[in-house]
Design a protein around this ligand. Structure first.
Ligand code: ADP
Length: 235
């Protein structure tokens, strides 16, 4: 068995009287693609925000690659190899694609080599867009740019918050194909509503419901689980 990369114990988060996460335990192994699903408001984004330092959990612990990282800041986490993308893409819209990637390179502790940089840009099909203003790219291109900005930093874990959100069905297929290739040499955590993404990419699925873990297992098992069907997939 490979090493534990992400080790979350009894993670809880409240917003005033709202319990967004209730004592969540979760383990992700190195090389494993983990999919997190659940209805709107079930706590998925809050979970990722608590892991990536965008929110401070009320209790519980987060271990990453053998070290305690609970409530560390996002920039510190990026340095130890934990990074993420956002539901609403975060890029510098006024700057060019190349400038956006340059900023990500400057922030990297261990940036990719020039060869790997060129390879990534070709693979993500954004090389021909280097001089284009990032804000004028299509959403699909912006998602690929954001992915490039994270991958030039060579993360140990990349957390993707709805990577196919807002994409057309052909763009979804293309993104799934990219992520299937990425999965071969990266560890990915994906929040997604699109079951096709989960079915095709996830090795393990965690289902959240109202801030609690409802189920966890292999995609085929989870998508056939009557409790998951009744309470989330809607029969
Ligand atoms: P999901 O990503 O599964 O849609 P969220 O993590 O966004 O769910 O939300 C979980 C719960 O926490 C919801 O009840 C939501 O209203 C609440 N919540 C999330 N963020 C905040 C916040 N910043 N302030 C107050 N309540 C929040």
């Amino acid at each position: 068995m490979s090493d534990v990369l992400l080790d979350v114990r009894s993670l809880s988060k409240r917003f005033g009287g709202v319990v967004a996460l209730r004592s969540i335990d979760l383990t992700q192994y190195s090389g494993e693609t983990l999919g997190m699903i659940g209805p709107n408001g079930s706590g998925k984004t809050t979970f990722v925000n608590c892991i990536t330092g965008h929110l401070k959990p009320n209790s519980g612990s987060v271990g990453f690659s053998g070290r305690a990282i609970t409530a560390r800041k996002p920039f510190e986490l990026a340095r130890v190899g934990l990074t993420r993308t956002y539901q609403a893409v975060r890029i510098f819209g006024e700057l060019t694609v190349a400038e956006n990637i340059a900023i990500a390179m400057v922030d990297a502790v261990d940036p990719v080599s020039p060869e790997r940089y060129a390879e990534l840009a070709d693979w993500l099909r954004i090389a021909h867009r280097f001089q284009t203003q990032a804000g004028s790219l299509s959403l699909d291109e912006q998602r690929r740019l954001e992915l490039m900005m994270r991958l030039v930093q060579q993360p140990k874990l990349i957390m993707l918050d709805e990577p196919v959100g807002g994409l057309s069905s052909s763009e979804v297929r293309a993104m799934i194909a990219l992520l299937a290739e990425l999965k071969a040499h990266s560890t990915i955590f994906i929040i997604e509503h699109t079951m096709k993404v989960i079915r095709e990419l996830a090795d393990k699925v965690v289902v959240l419901l109202a801030g609690e873990k409802l189920a966890e297992g292999a995609p085929a098992e989870i998508l056939a689980d009557q409790r998951v069907i009744d309470r989330y997939l809607g029969g």
